[in-house]
Structure formats: C-alpha cells, structure tokens
Design a binder for this molecule. Structure first.
Ligand code: ADP
Ligand code: MG
Length: 579
C-alpha cells in the first residue's frame, strides 16, 4: 500500500476525537473559553447526556463578527502568538483546537456579540461544513450549542456511555468549575431540570453549599496556607471535615493554574491528610487549587490539558497534604466531637454540622495536668498542633451496656465506645515503636504453637520481617506451624495465637493502613483491645479515658470509626424542654 496524505477532513476528525472525547470534555472546553472571555456568568444546559444537545452560554466579551470563521479553524487562537507565551500563560486555552474539533463532530451553532459591536453574529457549522456567518440580533456574550455529537463518527459514539452516565460526567465537570471559580455565577440544567446555581458572590463556601447541597454546610473548611510557602506558590480551596464522606472520589477536584487536572499523586496527598480519620473505603470531598510559578509547571503534556507536569512534584504533594491537614486539625474546634441528638432524629445531621462549626465549644480553660499527647504518628504536623490538647479532662460516670463509657466534660456529656477508644490508644502507643523498629517485647511464659492455614502461612512469609521488627518473635516450627515466643509489651496479649491469625488474615486482604507497618499496628490494636461486652471497673474506665485524652487523634479509631459522641448541656436542656 502506498503512503497517502490524509485529507484535511480526516485529520480534523481524528484530532477532534482527542480533544472532545465525550460531552463532558466539550463542556469543559466551552466553559474554559467562557472563563477566558472574562464572563461573570456561565449557564450550561444539556439534553440526552449532552449527546443530543449541549449549550454553554456566557456574558463574556464575545467574538468579533469577522473572527467567527477563524474561531473554528484549527490552531487559530486569540490567546497566544508564539510558544514563548506559554511561559506566561494567563488563559486556560491556548491550542486553538476546541472549537475546530467540536465543529468537526457536531451540528454547531455559535451566537456571539463582541463588546461594543453593533450587531451579533451567527455561525453554523454542520459536521465540519460551515455556513456563511450571518448578522443576527443577540443580547450579549456568547452561546455555543452543539447537537448530535459524534453523529458522523459512529465508532466514537459507540464508546459513549448511557446518557445518564454522560450527564453525570458533565455534572461533575461543571461542579468542579463552579467550585473553583466562586466569583462566576454558574448554573447547570440537565434535561430541563436545574441541578444547581452558584451566586457568583466569590465565597467558596457559598459556592460549595450550592453545588454539594445544604447537608455539607458547616462542615467545610477553607484551606490553610502552610506557613513556609515557597515564593510564587499558592494553595487555596475548600475541604470537608472528616464527618462528611463519600463512597467515591468523584467529588474531589484538583486545579492547577486554574485548570481541572487529574493527578493520582495529588489525590493521594489530599486523602492522606485524612488518614485514620475516615473509615476505610470512604473518601473526603474538596476542591483544591494549586498555583506554582509558570516555569515550574508544564501544562502542554496532554491533548485535553488534563495532566500537567510539575518540576517538583514532591513539593506540591507536601503542600497539598499540609494545607489540608492543617485545615482539618486546625479549624476543627477542640474537642472535634460530633454532637449526638437523640431526637428529633431528622435534625441530627444539621445539628451535628452546626456544633462542629460552633466556636463556643472550644474547650479552653481546662487545666492541663495530664501527660503530653503522643506525637509520633503525626510527624507531618508542626509541633504546635500536636502539643495542644485534643480533648478536655473528662469525669467518668459509668458504663452502659458493657460497651460505652459515659463521662462528663466541661461542655456536656460524652459517650465513649470502649473498644474504639482502646483501639486508638493501642494504635498510638504501638506506632512510634513500630516505626523505629524497636518495640518493647514481652516473652511468653510458654511459647504458643499455631498451625497456620496455607493463606495465613503465605502472608506470614510475606510480612515476617515486619512482624519481627515490631516485637513479635515468631519461630518456624516445621510445615506451616510456628511458635510465638514474644509479643509487643503494650498489647498485653492473652490469646496470642488468635491475634496472630486475625492479623495475618487482615494483612492477606491488603491491610488497612498506608504501609505494612501501619496495617500491622491497626490490626494488632484492634484485636487486642477491650471488646464490647466487657464489664469495666471505674478504675479501668478512668485509666482508659485518661489515656484517650493523651492521644493525638482521640476522636477516631485506627479504622476511622468514631470513638465518642457528645451531647452538649444546651442540647440536653433543649431535649428536656428547658430551653
Ligand atoms: P483556544 O481557547 O485554545 O484559543 P478555542 O478553539 O477554544 O481555542 O477557541 C478559539 C477562539 O475563539 C478563542 O481563542 C477565542 O478567541 C474565541 N472564543 C471561543 N469561545 C469564546 C467565548 N465564549 N467568548 C469569546 N471568545 C471565544
Ligand atoms: Mg479554548
């Protein structure tokens, strides 16, 4: 076969597929164009998942009539002149490809009037075939409507998901930009139904409540800029308190230089900030904006600009993690304890949020005579954060259902889950030694012999070194039988065989921590802590509570379950109709 040049039309269609891979990608390009045009208001509407129709309408500076044909030409842009301009890019677009691509794969209609122009212009492009532009009456700004996306590319269209799914992608995209640009009023309509609208007032929390719904109100925190911020770097955005979580990462948005990007590293940095505060499998929500000096980022590595390259990825990673962590730890009132409200049940979420945001409940004024909190596992935190108390001094009153400890604090009643609390205490006691690989161990009076299942045995072989490093002396005894000779002293293990098997079982499922050592600590803490159903003496309960007070993250166990609930005195009064 001889080599032939592809026709202009074919090249266009191939390229179009790269930039506009689905309706959400088209919406993203159009929204970015509207932002670049200085719009204060951007309205998005789609029908049939955006495949049948998608429209982005703005009140920006518009397109000159004479530029309409240029706007849909490939590599035609008003935003840069030469490659050098990329270094100081102030716009989101620069490739001049989006409109050309969309015009090649849809029935496109651009209506626009440039600021100061007498009349508006209308340009229709039918799957790459432009009609001559016409003058038209048009109020202001620009509207771009694309119908029948990919109707001329059946293979592409086949790749699209159900309209409902495509609509979700569009929703996610517009949500992201609405969160990141609170100074622009965004609205989204799907099949004639208004999903959300932000007011453009510039308040990120206001925008977030509009996008995420009133249930998150009071549980959102503006990001804290880390103290030593390198020159030219900036970080902003909003993140959720650990008590708001979702089953997926869909509502986590990362922006670099104002553009939505995907970055597994940065997403990890964000989630690590919630480490041990969220349940396994649950994810925080947030929108984080990173800006770095223009010469330390390459935005031109991906056709839809979805990926970027940072010159110093690790620095950006550390900044995101620190900013998030400081926001959650720093803003959360001490004690950050969800208030319980027994009834009416319908109110409880809202009240819980409010109580978290309420400054009045900061527990100052308690005299600190307790031991300093164990700081070691929070090593990424500045010292000031871990030195402060996380819990007030509590007075133990008794036990309920052999499961919960009831206590009084300066600001109300506390119910403490004895198992979760003990798990947290053991976890924090284990981690420093685990990390230094110098755990105090205790020799068993009689070595315990255990025969492992094949799976346990395999896991044992895998993490034998870590087990040894953290104080489990385990000797192979032929076949899949082992002898446990010593265990970490903090664990006060009664049933070493069972604990070992449970730990191996959890490890074989991947463990629950971010490292193997941490998984071991979580697992060991869980399986050696006081059970629910165990009656405790007042002395034991006091001891437990005072150890919990000394923890650096006393509010959740290693698995992220809460260790306690609180009901304020005001709340009690309200429940008894005294207020
Ligand atoms: P790029 O954004 O990379 O410049 P596009 O193909 O997205 O390329 O857009 C081409 C040109 O059309 C832009 O440079 C801009 O001048 C103009 N344009 C597109 N959308 C709008 C809009 N909503 N308002 C004003 N001008 C627009
Ligand atoms: Mg563009």
């Amino acid at each position: 076969m001889s080599i032939r040049r592809l026709t202009h039309d074919t090249v266009g269609k191939i390229a179009a597929g790269e930039v506009i891979e689905r309706p959400a990608a088209a919406v993203k390009e159009l929204v970015e164009n509207s932002i670049d045009a200085g719009s204060r208001r951007i309205d998005v509407a789609i029908a049939g998942g955006g495949i049948d129709l998608l429209e982005v309408r703005d009140d920006g500076r518009g397109i000159e009539f004479d530029d309409l044909m240029l706007a849909i030409e490939r590599h035609a842009t008003s935003k840069i002149d030469s490659i050098d301009d990329l270094k100081a890019l102030t716009t989101l677009g620069f490739r001049g490809e989006a409109l050309a691509s969309l015009a090649a794969v849809s029935d496109l209609r651009i209506q626009s009037v440039a600021t100061g122009a007498q009349a508006g212009g209308l340009l229709r492009v039918n799957f790459g075939e432009p009609h001559p532009p016409r003058n038209t009456a048009w109020g202001g700004g620009t509207s771009i409507v694309a119908r029948d996306l990919f109707a001329n590319l059946p293979a592409r269209r086949k790749f699209l998901r159900q309209p409902q799914t495509e609509a979700n992608y569009v929703n996610r995209m517009v949500s992201a930009y609405a969160l990141a640009y609170p100074e622009i009023a965004f609205s989204l309509e799907i099949d004639g139904k208004r999903l959300f609208a932000t007011d453009g007032g510039g308040d990120p929390v206001g925008a977030a409540v509009a996008v995420w719904g009133p249930e998150v109100a009071g549980a959102l925190l503006p990001l804290r800029v880390p103290d030593e911020m390198p020159e030219g770097f900036d970080i902003s955005g909003i993140v959720s308190l650990p008590d708001v979580d979702r089953a997926t990462r869909q509502q986590q948005f990362l922006f670099a230089q104002g553009r939505l990007i995907t970055s597994r590293q940065l997403a990890t940095a964000f989630e690590q900030a919630y480490h041990t505060l969220l349940m396994v499998g649950r994810h925080p929500i947030g929108c984080i904006q990173v800006r770095v000096p223009a010469d330390l980022i390459d935005v031109n590595v991906h056709p839809t600009k979805a990926e970027v390259r940072f010159a110093d990825e690790r620095l950006v990673f550390a900044l995101v993690q620190r900013a998030t962590r400081e926001a959650i730890i720093g803003h959360a009132p001490a004690p950050t304890i969800p208030t319980i409200v027994s009834s009416p049940l319908t109110d409880w979420t809202v009240q819980r949020r409010l109580s978290l945001a309420h400054p009045e409940w900061r527990s100052d004024g308690t005299t600190d005579t307790r031991p300093a909190p164990i700081a070691a596992i929070e090593h990424e935190l500045p010292a000031s954060d871990v030195a402060g108390r996380k819990l007030p001094v509590l007075r133990v009153l008794g036990q309920i259902a052999s499961m919960f400890i009831i206590a009084e604090g300066p600001d109300g009643m506390y119910l403490i889950d004895q198992h979760a609390a003990h798990e947290r205490i053991l976890f924090e006691a284990l981690m420093p030694g685990f990390e230094l690989r110098s755990t105090d161990k205790q020799l068993m009076l009689h070595p315990v012999q255990v025969t492992l299942t094949p799976r346990e045995w395999e896991t044992f072989l895998n993490c034998r070194d870590e087990l040894a490093a953290v104080g489990f002396d385990i000797e192979e005894f032929g076949g899949s039988t082992v002898l446990i000779r010593a265990v970490p002293v903090v664990l006060k293990i009664r049933d070493a065989a069972k604990v070992l098997q449970m730990m191996l079982d959890e490890m074989s499922q991947g463990g629950r921590g971010t490292s193997r050592l941490e998984s071991l600590a979580i697992s060991a803490a869980c399986h050696t802590s006081i059970r629910a159903g165990q009656a405790l003496s007042l002395l034991e309960m006091r001891e437990l509570v005072s150890q919990l007070e000394a923890c650096s993250s006393p509010l959740a166990c290693g698995h992220g379950r809460p260790t306690m609930l609180r009901m304020t005195a005001e709340e009690l009064e309200k429940q008894f109709s005294r207020r």
